[in-house]
Each structure stands twice: as C-alpha cells, then as structure tokens.
Design a protein around this ligand. Structure first.
Ligand SMILES: [Zn+2]
Ligand SMILES: [Zn+2]
Length: 401
C-alpha cells in the first residue's frame, strides 16, 4: 500500500490542530463568571429607621370585577387595623392605562394616617405586575408598551423611575411571563392562601441563586369588601371574611415615614412578610464579628471575609408564648437548618461561614400558631401555620449585576 506524503501531512495538521483545540478548551475562561466585586455600598443603619406595615396589592372599585370596595372603605379599614402604607393597584387594562384619571383622581384617594403609594396592576397578556411609586408618574406609557420586547419595557420602566414587581408569578392562569430583569421585587406571598405560593418561592430561589438580588413581598390581591349601608351583597362578598387588606402584611424597615422611604426599603429588600397585621414580624440579622451587636439585616449585602458569621432570627410583636415556632433556614435555595423557638420574645441564633468565592444567601421562614385577625375572621383558616418569611441576607452579590 502506498501512502501519499500529502495525506500524512494533512493528518499531522489535523492532529496538531485537534491537540491545540483541546489545549484551548482546558484553558477556557468564561468572561461572565462572577468576578471580584470592587465596591459594595456600606450597610445602612440598623436602628435609625422605622418599621412600617402595609399591603402592596389592593383593588378598589376602579377594578371592574371588584365589589363593594370603594377607596374610602379600604382606607377606613386600614386605619382601624394599623396599616401604615398601602398601594391601591387597580387593573390598568380596565381603564386602558389611564389610572391617573381614575384611581388617582378619586376624591377618596387621600389619607391623613395611611401612606398612599401611586401604582396600578399592569394587567397584560403575558402576566401581571404592580407598578409602585412614591409620586405620580405617566402610567399610560407602561401600559402602552406592555406587548413590546422586554428590553424596550425595561427601558421605559427605568425612564419612569418606578418600582416594578411581578405579581402571582406562578399563577396557573396568569403567570409572570416577562424577564425578571425588568422587576425589582416579586410577590412571593399572594393572598391568604399560603400553599398556592409554593411555585413562586421556587422561582424566587432560582432568581436569587443566579445572582439576582430580588425582593420578596406580599400582597392580598383583595377585590371585595363587606357590603355596608345600601350596598348589595354579591356572590364574592364572602371573600372579605377570608382575604382582605393585610392578608398577608408586608413589613418594610424604612429610613423615615415617607412614601419614598417605603419604596426604597422595598427595593433594598429590608422586608419581611407576616400572616396578618397582628401577627409577629420576622426579623433576620447577622453579626459579622460575633460581638453580640448585629451588623446587617435582611436585604443587606456584604463581602464574605472567610470569618464565621452569627445569624439571629427573632419574632417581634405579639406571639403565643406557650407554643413553639419552627424556623427554617434556606441557604442558596436549599434547606440548611431547622430550629424551634418559644417564649415571649422568641429568638434563635446559628453560625455559618459564607464562602469567600461565589455568592451565598440565607433566608428564613417561620411556621407556628396563627394570630387571630378578628376583622378578617376566617383568614387564619386559609393561611394555616405560616407565620412569616424574611428576605435574604446576601454575601458577595454584585450590586452592579
Ligand atoms: Zn393579577
Ligand atoms: Zn390583583
């Protein structure tokens, strides 16, 4: 058999190139790998703010499928149960985007005790989201752009300077079908029916695990009030016994008692969610140098130093001292540890060393005895033993991601 010299050369070239290619692939470096983060902003004060409780998803009579729920009734109720802030988020498609000349100009849209945020439920073919703002903005532009590419929507939202939040992200009929890169938060606890939020929690952990510092919040999504005076009962009126303002309640640690501070706290993730306005608040802190003084809280992000960190979970408010509360710690999307706590001021502490390379986050859920909510008397039947949940404490998350 004659072997052509040319074939040998070709084979050698192929072999040589193949070897080189192999060598190259073993040296591949992914330019998108998390890099050393140059600057993480300092942690804000842990004691100069104010805890405020509210509901970020409420429908008034300006949503066409609501019943017996004028704004004055919502606000009167909110004041009665101690709600500090409220986002009345009527369906924008019911007024073709013109919420500014419907909900916001309603003479009842004013309060001397409740901080009123400007917003609407952005109600689109691909899903629902709540826009939230401290001041009026041009909502019509967000409505008009709803079917455009996400990159266009994101730019419009940024231009409006508003907070956008994904609603009932895993809803079977109206899941959130947009990129989560256009939102600052997501509704991880929609309405009083806690168990139906399981898939939203999965989405949240996926977003967090992939480096997105995304706030989890609650929203009652209430539509129906208790008929009073001359109002007529509707087939939906009974819902007000189960689900109304505050089921669940979203707590924010705001720098001051102003609309902008509420929105900022929401964006920053200094947020926890409780079963109702009377239920205890979940607080989650970290003590970086283990000197007994807490250095950061939910929503805060810092570089891991390789030191062991002490974490503290506590319930603040009225608890049931005779019954145990179960605290589950979730680390990077997986269950990490479970604790029991009991007493008038229940608290648990644990330690762990967040990795120095790569991101780590911890968040907690608390289950236990439910707290009666007499104004929404049947709500505790639906929320079961879910007491509250925290937002994460973050390590090595890139603030410019
Ligand atoms: Zn909705
Ligand atoms: Zn809604």
């Amino acid at each position: 058999m004659k072997i052509k010299f040319g074939s040998i050369v070709s084979a050698a070239i192929v072999l040589c190139c193949w070897t080189a290619a192999l060598g190259q692939s073993s040296k591949h470096s992914n330019p998108w790998e998390p890099a050393e983060i140059s600057v993480i902003p300092p942690i804000a004060s842990l004691d100069s703010g104010v805890w405020l409780k509210g509901d970020l998803h409420v429908h008034s009579r300006h949503s066409k499928e609501s019943s017996n729920n004028p704004i004055a009734k919502i606000l009167h109720f909110s004041k009665t149960v101690g709600i500090d802030y409220l986002a009345i988020t009527d369906h924008d498609n019911h007024v073709l985007g013109d919420v500014a000349n419907n909900t916001w100009v309603d003479p009842e849209f004013k309060s001397d005790s409740v901080i009123l945020l400007y917003g609407a439920e952005w109600t689109t073919v691909r899903g629902h989201g709540n826009s939230i703002s401290a001041i009026p903005y041009d909502h019509q532009r967000l409505y008009d752009v709803r079917d455009q590419r996400d990159v266009v929507i994101g730019a419009v939202k940024k231009g409006l300077g508003i907070h956008l939040s994904a609603n009932h992200p895993a809803g079977p009929k109206d899941h959130f079908g947009y990129s989560y890169d256009i939102v600052e938060s997501m509704e991880v606890w929609n309405s009083v029916v806690w168990p139906k939020n399981a898939n939203s929690i999965l989405i949240w952990d996926d977003m967090l695990s992939s480096g997105r510092k995304l706030t989890g919040r609650g929203g009652s999504d209430t539509h129906h009030g208790v008929p009073t005076g001359t109002e007529q009962e509707t087939p939906n009126s009974k819902q007000a016994q189960y689900n109304y303002v505050g089921t669940p309640t979203t707590w924010v640690y705001a720098k001051s008692r102003t609309p902008q501070a509420v929105v900022d706290a929401l964006t920053d993730g200094r947020v926890s969610v409780s079963q109702n306005p009377y239920a205890p608040r979940v607080e989650f802190y970290a003590d970086l140098d283990r000197d007994g003084t807490m250095d950061m809280m939910m929503g805060d992000n810092i570089r891991s130093t390789g030191e062991v960190v002490a974490f503290r979970v506590q319930l603040t408010g009225k608890t049931v001292p005779t019954e145990p509360y179960t605290v589950k710690v979730i680390k990077n999307g997986s269950e990490f540890q479970t604790f029991k706590m009991k007493g008038d001021n229940p608290m648990v502490e644990f330690t762990d060393m967040p990795a120095t390379s790569g991101r780590t986050y911890y968040r907690v859920t608390v289950e236990g005895p439910s707290t009666p909510y007499p104004e929404v008397p049947k709500s505790t039947e639906m929320s079961g033993n879910m007491v509250g949940l925290s937002n994460p404490i973050y390590f090595n998350f890139d603030p410019n991601f």
